[in-house]
Design a protein around this ligand. Sequence first.
Ligand code: P6P
Length: 335
Amino acid sequence: MHTGETITQFISKEQRRISGASGDFTALLNDVVTACKYISSAVNQGALVGVLGTASSENIQGETQKELDIISNDIFLKSNEWAGHLAGMASEEMDDVYEIPSEYPKGKYLMLFDPLDGSSNIDVNLSVGSIFSILHCPSGVTDPKAKDFLQPGTKQVCAGFALYGPSTMLVLTTGNGVSGFTLDQNVGEFLLTHPNMKIPADTQEFAINMSNQRFWEAPMQRYIDECLAGTTGARDKDFNMRWVASMVAEVYRILTRGGIFMYPADTKDPSKAGKLRLMYEANPMGFIVEQAGGLCSTGRERILEIQPEGLHQRIPVILGSQNEVERVISYHRDA
Ligand code: P6P
């Protein structure tokens, strides 16, 4: 029987580390944890409760929404709108900012989230997750608009993700390292099982969608060609490859054993600067990866320093083991 520290205890201890903390942030995080528990339950029951399959709608990305995309988005909104900790929310599944209903008080934080990342995996029973990013609402702003969310990733107060896999995990950073929690389904509590997660600086495992290879820029072609050449080429070591098509699963694997994850710029759709979204995928994952000793770059610049231009802005993402990401950056610089 694991009688370890619960996430509630962990968050409260973190609060005591921050002088003058009001408890507002602690309460907000506990509401986010509740949302992830509800989504975990919905995902785990799947076909049993008729939540699989595709909805008849599309999101702003032009992607067909899954029933669970919409359900998960509603769970995030309902779990977090009422308590008075947030001034507003933004989501991959909603075109514009979500205004806190007038019957509820407003708070001092903003939250962005991808309520169900990797949802194309849902119907085939592969891992999916939720990603969230918490910012301060600009002082004096009581009715936040999209522009108030457009803060660089370095301004994040907290970032985290839930992974609905064989275990339901929750990974969290508030800028003091990365902690991993496992949901004890019998108790209904997340327990601290992976304190102080660190990404090894080196790896022999890369993650990329190879079907896009002909669309990549030259530095990415060079890097992957060398990985594939293994001991017969410039790297003089063999590599393994993974692609789960679920960023949360890839990042969790990298946090536990190292690796490099890439969704680079490609010419497949020149109107898009990549596939992944800056505000609620790249920035929160970048904060977590950097806090665990890794790097997160576009290949040309540190992602957390990018000044966002839109809520749903896309960005190339290269993240993971420091020495491999630095190598990809050097290839972009050489080009
Ligand atoms: P592809 C999921 O839709 C997602 O946003 C990330 O979680 C994942 O890494 C990527 O897209 C998968 O993209 O093109 O392989 O389906």
